[in-house]
Write a protein that binds this ligand. Structure first.
Ligand SMILES: Cc1cc2nc3c(=O)[nH]c(=O)nc-3n(C[C@H](O)[C@H](O)[C@H](O)COP(=O)(O)OP(=O)(O)OC[C@H]3O[C@@H](n4cnc5c(N)ncnc54)[C@H](O)[C@@H]3O)c2cc1C
Length: 449
């Protein structure tokens, strides 16, 4: 039997398990899917916005794979310091790392770490109930928030800030986050891009959605949009950029309709410095006005602008986090690999593979991870007989436990799901996520986890 460990139960990990079990030439295969969290699904559970129920429901497809009898989910097992990749190689014929790369890139400007300034992914983790971010503590008494970046995650956090808590009550947002958002005082959210609207990374569906919020006006400045050479005639742009510019043109110069909150979409402003107020907290972001340089980039001008902000969320891209004992390319933020085969000092490391964001970098949608995982799985299966030539000790679960792991298996996860449904019912809501480690582990152990 070929024994494979997949590290990470996000889309790429689950698609890898699917590809490994979906082939027919090797029916005798056992795949353990390990995750440091007691809950599966990676960023589908802990990244995709709570009000995007349709995308969230992809969890049902991933679930079917994890319920395959040849696949075993083992949550609450972190690979790294305590459980080194070297140890895993002794327990499995092959190990596929699918650990994602959801750490934020830094802006690299003074004041970036002032109190009140956070990576957007921390805010996402908080409203998604990621147990590492249970404490929250974001200053939602801020009147004005600046979101730096114009990708879909920037749109997500701007939208969550601008939505009333009432609009989120039907989602699985944890109760403490919902209460904090309900008590929040943010009236103005400024989403700011360094370049022009035709270069923004958000998709048109996400952009349009901003215009549908019950109690928020979307404001864009025609003079700022007009700096973009494609603004007057976007017809030559790629489809998404063209549609984005068309939506922004419709909104340009539209006066506010007097709603409680405002989303200001700003362009051609490069963050230069975050400045502090007398209390030491961030109070404003200073930007330099940029203009197109004629080759798709921008150059600074002498003009600058300051936007008041007591809360700053930075969303300018992601990077991988190194796993101790696994090679890492800090420049690209990925594990060096050749079509998914891990390279150690430039040489293929037998039995070690990668898939998903940690293989190719943080790009693409959830579905992009499927062909990526298939490529890795095909490479692994091509070497199956050589990999299986190495004898292994008995069930790796015993070895994992001997190494100090206390895995939460599938019944434990089902118990967490049941506890979240019960919590929601007790609050008069649908399912409500449990946001902290102790709550999750207590729920899991309450089941047969
Ligand atoms: C905030 C945000 C919102 C997004 N929204 C959308 C969307 O709406 N639609 C869409 O199509 N795409 C969206 N994406 C992109 C999508 O989430 C990614 O394409 C996808 O999740 C990448 O899959 P992955 O499996 O490589 O990584 P992940 O989903 O990050 O999964 C990695 C898994 O590995 C685990 N792990 C990490 N380190 C270890 C370790 N050392 N030991 C054990 N386990 C470990 C993690 O706990 C996690 O479960 C979003 C991304 C972000 C950041």
């Amino acid at each position: 039997m070929l024994r494979v460990a997949v590290i990470g139960s996000g889309p790429s990990g689950v698609y890898t398990a699917e590809a490994l079990t979906g082939q027919h030439q090797l029916p005798d295969i056992a795949v353990d899917v390990l995750d440091r969290l007691p809950c599966p699904y990676g960023l589908v559970r802990y990244g995709v916005a709570p009000d995007h129920e349709k995308i969230k429901s992809l969890q049902n497809n991933l679930r079917r794979v994890l319920e395959d009898p040849r696949v075993r989910f083992l949550g609450n097992v972190e690979v790294g310091e305590g459980l080194a990749p070297e140890r895993l190689r002794e327990m499995y014929h092959a190990v596929v790392y699918c650990v994602g790369s959801a750490a934020d890139r830094r802006l690299g400007v003074p004041g970036e770490d002032l109190p009140g300034s956070y990576p957007a992914t921390r805010f996402v983790s908080w409203y998604s109930a990621h147990p590492d971010e249970a404490a929250g503590g974001f200053p939602l008494d801020a009147k004005s928030a600046v979101v730096i970046g114009v990708g879909n995650v920037a749109v997500d956090v701007a939208r969550v800030l601008a939505r009333g808590a009432d609009e989120l009550r039907h989602t699985d947002v944890p109760d403490a986050a919902l209460r904090a958002l309900a008590a929040g005082e943010v009236t103005d959210v400024h989403m700011v891009g360094r370049r022009g609207p035709s270069q923004a990374k958000f998709t048109t569906k996400e952009l349009r959605e901003l215009g549908t919020l019950a109690d928020a006006d979307v404001l864009v400045r025609e003079d700022e949009l007009a700096l973009d050479p494609a603004y007057a005639d976007p017809s030559a742009l790629p489809a998404v950029a063209r549609r984005n510019v068309e939506v922004l043109r419709q909104w340009a110069g539209r006066p506010p309709a007097g709603r409680s909150r405002r989303i200001h979409l700003r362009f051609f402003l490069r963050p230069q410095e975050l400045t502090a107020g007398p209390d030491g907290r961030v109070s404003a972001v200073r930007f330099v006005r940029t203009v197109p340089d004629g080759t798709g980039g921008v150059v600074d001008t002498a003009a600058s602008e300051e936007i008041d902000a007591q809360l700053v969320l930075r969303s300018v891209g992601y990077r991988g986090v190194p796993v101790p004992g696994l090679p890492f390319d800090p420049a690209r933020g990925v594990v060096p690999n050749d079509a998914g085969r891990v390279l150690r000092d430039g040489v293929v490391a037998p039995g070690e593979y990668v898939a998903g964001w940690i293989k190719r970098g943080p790009t693409g949608v959830i579905g992009t991870n499927r062909p990526c995982a298939k490529e890795t799985a095909a490479g692994l299966l091509a070497h199956a007989s050589a990999l299986m030539a190495r004898p292994l000790p008995a069930d790796p679960l015993d070895a994992l436990r001997a190494a100090g792991a206390r895995p939460v298996a599938w019944p434990g996860w089902l118990a967490i799901e049941a506890a979240e449904a019960a919590l929601g019912a007790s609050l008069g809501r649908g399912t409500v996520k449990i946001p902290d480690w102790s709550g999750l582990l207590a729920a899991a152990r309450g089941g047969a986890g």
